[in-house]
Write a protein that binds this ligand. Sequence first.
Ligand code: ADP
Ligand code: MG
Length: 270
Amino acid sequence: MKFDSKINKGPLDLRTVIGFFHTHLLYRDHAALTDVSFTVANGEFVCLTGPSGAGKSSILRLITMDLLPTEGQVIVRGMVSTNMNRRRIPLLRREIGYVFQDFRLLEDRDVYQNVQFAQVVVGISSKQMKNNVMRLLTQVGLWDKRHRLPHQLSGGEQQRVAIARAMVNSPKILLADEPTGNLDPVVAQEIIDLLFRINTGGTCVVFSTHDHEIVKNFGQRVIVIENGRITSDEEHKTAASTAHRLADRMYRPSAPQPAAVRVQEGSERA
Ligand SMILES: Nc1ncnc2c1ncn2[C@@H]1O[C@H](COP(=O)(O)OP(=O)(O)O)[C@@H](O)[C@H]1O
Ligand SMILES: [Mg+2]
């Protein structure tokens, strides 16, 4: 996708789950993000990296629409920041799992309950709910420790519980803000491997880190952000974006594209 127009007015490919189009973010008069543009396709695995204060958390908070851009546009699963129905925000949040650097588990609840309590209960039986918790705790390797309290687990184990909790409603997108920030290098790599396994199940994963070691061995798409601007985006490394580009090439001769969403016009704010 090209970003040569002032703001996105073109068709948005349906595989795009996250789109930033000339996004600026100000906190009062402090520019946290300046002219940030990128898209993430369905099923991609993306590492957002850059020094502390670069704007990584701000990008993740724009994806959950916890913040809205000062200028430009953010589109997440068809929800457009410049034309938003606020009542739909809870629906968007349900499609996004979120993992924090400091785990944020309920300290007085055991592992099982931490995951169980995050479930949105509409339309599923209690048997399905139990199966969900069991499936996720098995996936993260903690079913045997389901009766432990968070303080009876290592940091890496606590983060795995937090990941199971984030996945319990089968979100389409998993966001993790510095998920390895409190962990030693070996455990950090295990967490990245777990995120990768979740991604191979079809969930789009975006995580941030300021850790060069993780980025060096990553082998997937890396977006570098420095001082609020994207300075590098190795978009073409991942299979998903390769497929994306191939499909774009195949579609290009025939206009208009059949499965395209027309993005809101009139959102240009110079
Ligand atoms: N709530 C806020 N109010 C004012 N400035 C903020 C706020 N949150 C972040 N910032 C500033 O915005 C910039 C980007 O912050 P952040 O997105 O948290 O970066 P990172 O996650 O990469 O460390 C930093 O300069 C930070 O100090
Ligand atoms: Mg941060």
